[in-house]
Design a protein around this ligand. Structure first.
Ligand SMILES: C[S@@+](CC[C@H](N)C(=O)[O-])C[C@H]1O[C@@H](n2cnc3c(N)ncnc32)[C@H](O)[C@@H]1O
Length: 233
């Protein structure tokens, strides 16, 4: 996502009580960031937090961690969350700037993430050598396994048919079972569906939204360390 840098980015983040400035210091201790011990869900690449804000506000019984690598996008997300909560301080959501390529630095097994949301990630489909940057690539999924609970889920949405097909394969290779999938989320009647900024954009362009839920199976597949070297940046 390209977005003009906003001069108010740093003041917004500095004044935000629920923006975590040094995420790696919270590794294995993310639960302490919240008022109540509750199931934790993680959104990776939250963008402007349009879906995130509504989802967190409507589900006070879940603690949400939303990350993106771009600080000025996160500042917009904070503004959207403030607007969604109104006069109530958001107690069940935190944001942080994290590059998901190195997410193992930020989350550990004690964080016990029950669900991951990945909404409309960049497809990186121009060149095969860029596939390793996909947020659903095996290099990423094997990192997510380390901090998810057994039976934890990945909820993934995209408009990109090729990325959807490849992601289903990646998930199978990494010990995830697909328990729900649709090539047309809006026609499927699936609820709840929190529409993100990109979902609204693509739907407005008449594109179908693909969606799946994948559940982590208890046994990790054999790791092919030679193959994984290819995934390293
Ligand atoms: C196409 S936007 C989608 C934003 C939002 N999820 C939505 O559906 O509207 C992709 C987002 O992923 C973020 N992103 C891309 N690569 C990332 C990475 N390695 N780590 C963290 N965030 C990343 C981008 O900064 C951008 O905000």
């Amino acid at each position: 996502m390209r977005m003009r840098r906003k001069p108010w980015t740093e003041p917004v983040l500095a004044n935000c009580a629920y923006f975590v400035e040094r995420p790696s210091e919270h590794r294995n201790r993310w639960g302490e960031c919240f008022q109540a011990p509750q199931p934790m869900h993680l959104e990776i690449g939250c963008g402007k937090g349009v879906a995130t804000s509504r989802m967190a506000h409507e589900n006070p019984g879940v603690n949400y961690i939303a990350i993106d690598e771009v600080r000025h996008v996160l500042a917009v997300a904070v503004r959207n969350t403030d607007a969604a909560y109104g006069d109530t301080p958001p107690g069940n959501i935190v944001y942080s700037a994290v590059d998901a390529m190195r997410i193992y630095d930020t989350f550990g097994p004690e964080d016990r993430i029950e669900r991951i949301y990945i909404r409309f990630p960049n497809p990186w489909d121009e060149r095969a050598k860029h596939h390793k940057r996909r947020l659903t690539h095996p290099r990423q999924l094997m990192q997510y396994r380390d901090f998810m609970t057994p039976g934890g889920e990945i909820w993934f949405k995209t408009d990109d048919a090729a990325l959807f097909t490849a992601s289903r394969r990646y998930l199978g290779e990494c010990g995830f079972e697909i328990v729900y999938q649709t090539d047309d989320l809006h026609a499927s009647g699936f609820t709840p569906n929190y529409e993100s900024e990109h979902e609204l954009l693509f739907t407005g362009q008449g594109k179908a939204i693909r969606f799946l839920i994948a559940r982590m199976l208890p046994d990790a597949p054999e790791r092919n360390t030679e193959a994984e070297k290819e995934y390293l940046p």
